[in-house]
Design a binder for this molecule. Sequence first.
Ligand SMILES: [Zn+2]
Length: 238
Amino acid sequence: MDHRTILLIAAHPDDLEFRSAGSAAVWAKEGRRVEYCLCTSGEKGFNGNGARGLLIEQRWAIREAEQRAAAGTLGVHAVHFLRHPDGELVNSPALRRDIVRVMRRVKPDLVVTGDPSMDAYDSFYGYHSDHRAAAQAAFDALYPAVGNEHFFPELLGEGLEPHRPREAFFSHPAKADVWVDIAPVFDLKMRALACHRSQISEADMAGLIPRMRDWGKKLGESGGLACAESYRRLEVPE
Ligand SMILES: [Zn+2]
């Protein structure tokens, strides 16, 4: 893979740590520029854990700080927060415009996001409506909006010219055709996950680590790897 700049897009702080943090760490170690884009700042992810009464700005601040810490652990160079409403994310023109804006600023060769088809709804977590909306909006931003000057012409006024990423990887696909060996960075991925303290306690981490190891093993099986994150790849058309 010769991509120099990689942008990973997800709905909530912590989504990328679960799905793609190992890949992000590998790519950063290889000297590629890696950036994150989060569609929401996860302000509703506090149910029953003592945050009732906190202002939305305070909840944003907690989750964005955790996300920045996790990204820093992995060597991710920048994090972009779009602050669309958590739990109410919609694949709207406004969301697609905000994603296109980040893509045109970052100019990635490769974009990594969720599987827009999400036909493998094997968990309520994975099939969360925000995850579906983020993956579909990222897919629609990739083609044709980001490379076409007539989409969101106001962005030209911000100095943001059309840009075409060459390739996209969709994580958690029903059928993978790309595997990233994350065995060398598995501990780093766990350290990044542990940065999301408002979501995952130290006690939770003890139980989560073996489950994440099993998940990495399961994803690696079809690619002949002991521990992997897997994707389905598509070339982005002209
Ligand atoms: Zn999520």
